[in-house]
Design a binder for this molecule. Structure first.
Ligand SMILES: *Cc1c(COP(=O)(O)O)cnc(C)c1O
Length: 828
């Protein structure tokens, strides 16, 4: 794929960019939007209208570049990529657009005339929380990198009316509130009703003979839903490129339930429109686990069908309405973000055969050359398996095609492994039984030319375990793409004082090539530079302390070590291990054993899936421990603990710059990659972590002197299981026994007896999948090394600088260059 790096080159091909980027032009536009379009005057006391006016001013400048980018892609006709994802965790758009358009200085100057700071305006924007956690945020970082690398990649997703729920804490418990993020309107979307598509549900397959007497299939008597696209601009970093995120909203078609209407129940027919509109109403709040709800499968098919129709429509239109697909796979690629949009494989077959009249073999060749699948987890509870019975009623034609794909695939398996019936049963896309199911991951592998994991260990484990049969059959399909994060949002935007220090020291090339951070390494030896580094970190800690004070009413001390674990609450991520360490510190402090101890402020945050009882109890435990610790005067100078409610992208933008110790303590072999670990490293945190996911690559990049490693590795975890005896471990470790006693004696739940019984039982269970007790001692010892290391302020700062300087590899620009090189640019 060809790229252009200069905005001027873009202008020469496409429409000229006319709107001024200088302070005067920006100021004039802002004034017009504020005073005329919105009809406000200067003493309007709300920042809200100012936000709207600023957003419209910035949006105009995005739209110009957006159209120019579209024209350029039309002209150059490059191979296109559609990134299909049920989640895009975008966060705020304004701050990112201002940075990527290089408008910050002008906008700040203009806003002074309104006695307002850019930060106050930014604060008016609600997060676009259309995702759960890592997977959704990865999709957002990828879009930023694709636009910054000027790659013709379109994101396709769902415009959920309600995004990720808001979390409040009441009496220590998580309470969920709906996220009606579109309430105040959304200046970052442009509705495009002329590009609406119709998506089929229910009905049945009908076979008929075409003009040539050939048997064909069509899906009839369906209940159709309209998919209306809302386009969101995705600006590249100061390069004139603006790509597209196309989000689909479901609406009732005009013919919706016409039968009922004709039968006289007009009001019933109108009320039934709700059913269509429900599809895109709410994001399912489950991270790394499936919930098997029918509405979720409807969302998956809705996204897949609308997006494929969109791409095929553009293809046919571009080729003079000809139905020649021979070149299609040379010009198109679909990247499936986990199995969620995997039904797209069968849908592409259906569209090519039923709508464009291709033969099976031709349609299959195209499908297998255009689909690429990214796996995100090894956890069995996250593997999607849809009941065949559900497919049969909801998507009957799709089920026919899945059966046919499977039949042909199993013949291939039988030819390759004659007589190995057991292997055919194992590899079948359909799991047989009383309630047969479609194994979506297997469909994804069979239908794709590329299958990738998201960190080196994860890909290795996929090949050796979960997908071993498929790896033996098709080793060439498997590849690794270690995740990354965008250094624009996660360093340049969120940590402006560190950005200034880095740029002052090594220039600003690092913002588009993060490997340049290596140039910081020699400065780690420079005392003056270290002092400036410490000052930056300290100022970020003060800001986080203010946030914690306002949200948790806990006073963090910026002179303490800031020890942070923020991520979804899940047993495999082991927030429980972190709490056990906090309780151990509390136990030491209260018995006067503070020798060598380092004062810490411990922050934990994250949402639990509403139906995940154990995760919710862990939140309650963290809050109750925090309450006891924070009110004990003996702890005052040693330990502060807070649970930050409603962890989201915008909170992470304040948290990661201030963090000194990044907790990445999952059970080895369970965290596919992690990306929070990368954001912290980039901002100069040291990691305490297990040999899991991308932690391993972080350790390799920064060296073991600059990383606190502990715990069993993935292999040792497997070996440990058979003879795992947590009660013996607890009995033989006095400090661990004291911690368990504090939990089990009701010390943290005096007025709520029994609320933590499930927690202690899980730690004591020989079947504890997360073997928390096995790593307790190793973790506590590693935390002692952290304390000692922190007390040598100069050497800690060297390590901090070396972490940032070694983080270049974890830019999503590197990840996307690899997707582009190995998957999207693959020759036929
Ligand atoms: C980066 C990020 C995540 C992923 O964090 P992990 O520690 O990798 O699980 C989740 N949620 C938000 C809001 C993030 O910014």
């Amino acid at each position: 794929m060809k790229t252009h790096s200069k905005e001027s080159q873009v202008n020469s091909i496409a429409k000229p960019i006319k709107l001024g980027m200088d302070e005067a032009s920006v100021g004039d536009d802002l004034q017009r939007y504020f005073g005329l379009t919105l009809g406000r005057d200067e003493d309007s006391d709300s920042h809200h209208y100012l936000y709207s006016a600023v957003a419209l001013t910035v949006r105009d400048r995005l739209v110009e570049r957006w159209r120019a980018t579209r024209d350029r892609y039309m002209e150059q006709n490059p191979k296109r990529v559609a990134y299909l994802s049920l989640e895009f965790l975008m966060g705020r758009a304004l701050n990112n657009a201002v940075l990527n358009l290089d408008l910050e200085a002008q906008m700040r100057a203009v806003l002074q005339q309104y006695a307002c700071e850019l930060e106050d305006v930014n604060a008016e924007e609600l997060d676009a929380g259309l995702g759960n956690g890592g997977l959704g945020r990865l999709a957002a970082c990828f879009l930023d990198s694709c636009a910054s690398l000027q790659l013709p990649v379109t994101g396709y997703g769902i415009r959920y009316e309600y995004g990720m729920f808001h979390q409040k804490i009441k009496n220590g418990y998580q309470v969920e509130y709906p996220d009606h993020w579109l309430r105040n309107g959304n200046p970052w979307e442009i509705e495009s009703p002329e590009n609406a598509r119709s998506v089929k549900f229910f009905g049945h397959t009908e076979y008929y003979l075409d003009q040539n007497g050939k048997e064909r299939a069509r899906w009839v008597s369906t209940n159709d839903v309209l998919a209306v696209p809302y386009d969101v601009p995705v600006p590249g970093y100061q390069n004139g490129t603006v790509n597209t995120l196309r989000l689909w909203k479901s609406e009732a078609t005009d013919e919706f339930n016409l039968d009922e209407f004709n039968a006289g129940s007009y009001t019933d027919a109108v009320a039934a429109k709700n059913l269509a509109e429900q599809i895109t109403m709410v994001l399912y709040p489950n991270d790394a686990s499936e919930n098997g709800k029918e509405l979720r499968l409807r969302q998956q098919y809705f996204l897949s069908s609308a997006s494929l129709q969109d791409v095929l429509h553009r293809w046919v239109k571009r080729n003079g309405n000809g139905k020649d697909f021979s070149n299609f796979s040379a010009k198109n690629c679909f990247q499936l973000n986990d199995t969620h949009p995997t039904v797209a494989i069968a849908e592409l077959m259906r569209l090519l055969m039923d709508d464009y009249f291709l033969e099976w073999d031709d349609a299959w060749a195209i499908t297998q050359k255009t689909m690429a699948y990214t796996n995100h987890t090894l956890l069995p509870e996250a593997l999607e398996m849809w009941p065949v019975s559900l497919f049969k009623t909801l998507l009957p034609r799709i089920l026919d095609i899945i059966y046919e794909i499977n039949a042909r695939f199993l013949i291939q398996v039988a030819q390759r492994y004659p007589g190995d019936v057991e292997r055919q049963r194992r590899m079948s896309i359909i799991e047989e039984g009383d309630n047969p199911k479609v194994r979506m991951a297997y469909l994804a592998i069979v239908g794709s030319f590329s299958v990738n994991g998201v960190a080196a260990l994860h890909t290795k484990l996929l090949k050796a375990g979960l997908f071993n049969d498929f790896y033996e059959l098709w080793p060439e399909k498997f590849n690794n793409k270690t995740n990354g994060v965008t250094p624009r949002r996660w360093l340049a935007h969120c940590n402006p004082s560190l950005k200034a220090l880095i740029t002052d020291t090594i220039g600003n090339d690092w913002t588009s090539d993060l490997d340049h951070l290596e140039k910081l390494k020699p400065f780690a030896q420079n005392k003056e530079f270290r002092d400036r580094w410490i000052d930056v970190k300290h100022s970020c800690k003060i800001k986080l302390a203010e946030l914690v004070k306002s949200k948790c009413d806990v006073q963090f001390n910026p002179n303490m070590l800031f020890d942070v674990q923020v991520k979804r609450i899940h047993e495999y991520k082991r927030q429980l291990l972190n709490v056990l360490h906090v309780i151990h510190l509390y136990d030491r402090i209260t018995r006067g054993d503070t020798e060598g101890m380092q004062p810490r402020s411990v922050l934990i945050g994250g949402k639990a899936a509403p139906g995940y009882a154990m995760a919710k109890t862990i939140i309650k435990l963290i809050n109750n421990v925090a309450a006891i610790v924070n009110k004990d005067p003996r702890c005052q100078d040693w330990l502060k603990v807070a649970f930050l409610p409603d962890y989201k992208v915008t909170s992470m933008e304040i948290i990661c710059p201030a963090t000194e110790l990044s907790e990445q303590i999952s059970t080895a072999g369970k965290e596919a990659s992690g990306t929070g670990n990368m954001k912290f490293m980039m901002n100069g945190a040291l990691t305490i972590g297990t040999l899991d996911g991308a932690n391993i690559e972080i350790l390799e990049a920064v060296g073991e002197d600059n990383f606190f490693l502990f715990g069993l590795d993935a292999e040792q975890v497997q070996e440990a299981r058979s003879s795992y005896d947590p009660n013996l471990i607890i009995e033989t470790d006095k400090e661990f026994a004291r911690v368990m006693h504090l939990v089990e004696s009701g010390h943290f739940n005096q007025f709520e007896p029994g609320v933590f019984d499930a927690v202690s039982a899980s730690i004591r269970s020989r079947d504890d999948a997360w073997i928390t007790a096995a790593d307790f001692r190793s973790y506590v010892d590693a935390q002692k090394k952290v304390a000692l290391a922190y007390q040598d302020r100069e050497s800690w700062t060297v390590k901090s600088i070396l972490n940032t300087a070694s983080s270049g590899r974890f830019s999503s620009d590197r990840t996307i260059s690899e997707y582009n090189r190995d998957i999207w640019s693959r020759d036929e």
